[in-house]
Design a protein around this ligand. Structure first.
Ligand SMILES: *Cc1c(COP(=O)(O)O)cnc(C)c1O
Length: 384
């Protein structure tokens, strides 16, 4: 088995409009390296000062009381479920239309993912949650896909009625809002990733959790650092999942720009919306007045999968990095074989996986790039 990433990065460079924009984002990396020197001099590598600063920055940014920085978005999810006492044999309700890590976090602690189909917004369909609740349901785990918050009012109602806590997968959703409230601030836990491809990112892996209750906060502080109190007391058995001081330093640097780069994503997405709405074969997401999406991805759908696949080919031939996030939903992945799901079990997730396409929407996509992409989409429909 080989690591596919180096090949992937080389291929990315053949596009003129790319999903990957990190070398531009960190063009001013010398400022960060200067801070690194200080950290190295001080031997401040784990749970250092920059980690405290980062946690405080996030508290301020999202107006939250408790924030704990951890090793990754996956760990944020896994440790949140741990804090809730989710264990072997329990069930967690979630969506089949997500990144692998959402489900991996549930499965690695021994729980079973119970899928609920999505709606046209690519998010879990709240109407279909209640029928999946059993005595074993220990958490509801909605994913705010592409930075569009799920229908939280309905999900919160269900959570209250059955007394089942919510863990939000907000890995796509930093600064996204629903009814003026931030993604990650609805449930007991809001989980975020700092992976290089997320809106707020670092030079490797990282994540953090926004937490409602003090007792959960205290539990999370223990779990991320071996269950240690001070140096000599092991209160509970825990994990090693700390945000590196060096990565916290990178995150703190980028945090200064997060509002700007979110604004640019929104601006670009609206420009795409405007340019694409005239194509009769294209289905755009319905934009809702109470949702402030942050467009981790800019996605739309085609009338059928053949059209979608041909459009992607056409765009790639024109050096535009069109992608699919993702072509196979979780219930049909080889890893899910043990659950014996089959084609047709979650029709909306399958339909969207077969017809969706994502375009680069980050802050380095310029107006002229968007116009170029729109022109190429126009030529595709004229030709085909
Ligand atoms: C990226 C991502 C994760 C996992 O985050 P890592 O930091 O890569 O572990 C989880 N859920 C979703 C929806 C993601 O996009």
């Amino acid at each position: 088995m080989k690591n596919y990433l180096p090949k992937q990065y080389k291929k990315d460079n053949t596009f003129i409009i790319k999903h990957n924009y990190l070398s531009d984002q960190f063009r001013d990396f010398n400022i960060i390296l200067k801070k690194f020197r200080k950290i190295i001099k001080n031997n401040d590598f784990t749970l250092g000062e920059e980690v405290d600063i980062f946690e405080n920055n996030i508290k301020k940014l999202l107006n939250q009381k408790y924030v704990v920085a951890v090793g990754s978005g996956t760990d944020a999810l896994m440790l949140s479920l741990k804090c809730l006492g989710v264990k072997e044999g329990d069930e967690v309700i979630t969506t089949p239309y997500t990144f692998y890590a959402t489900i991996g976090a549930i499965v690695t602690i021994g729980a079973k993912p119970i899928f609920v189909d999505i709606d046209d917004d690519y998010n879990i369909d709240p109407e279909k949650i209640e029928e999946k609740i059993t005595k074993k349901t220990k958490a509801i785990l909605p994913v705010h896909w592409s930075g569009r918050v799920c229908e939280m009012n309905q999900i919160l109602k269900i959570s209250k009625k059955y007394k089942i806590p919510i863990v939000e997968d907000s890995c796509h959703g930093i600064l996204a809002k629903y009814n003026k409230k931030f993604a990650g601030s609805f449930g007991d836990f809001g989980c975020f990733s700092l992976h290089p491809l997320k809106n707020l990112n670092v030079w490797g892996d990282g994540g953090f959790v926004v937490i409602k209750k003090k007792k959960h906060f205290e539990q999370m502080m223990l779990l991320r650092n071996h269950g240690l109190v001070g140096r000599n007391k092991n209160l509970i058995f825990g994990y090693n999942s700390r945000l590196d001081t060096l990565q916290a330093c990178v995150a703190n640097h980028l945090l200064k720009k997060i509002k700007f780069l979110t604004k640019m994503r929104i601006k670009n997405a609206l420009k795409f919306d405007n340019g694409l709405k005239k194509f009769k074969n294209i289905i755009l997401k319905k934009r809702e007045y109470n949702l402030n999406e942050v467009f981790h991805l800019y996605e739309f759908r085609l009338k059928n999968s053949k059209l979608r696949n041909n459009l992607i080919k056409h765009l790639k031939n024109n050096k535009i990095d069109a992608k699919i996030h993702y072509p196979v939903p979780m219930h049909l992945q080889p890893a899910s074989k043990i659950y014996k799901y089959k084609n047709g079990d979650f029709p909306k997730a399958e339909q969207i996986a077969n017809t969706t396409i994502s375009l680069p929407v980050h802050e380095f996509v310029k107006d002229k790039d968007i116009n170029y992409i729109l022109k190429k989409i126009k030529s595709f429909f004229n030709e085909g």
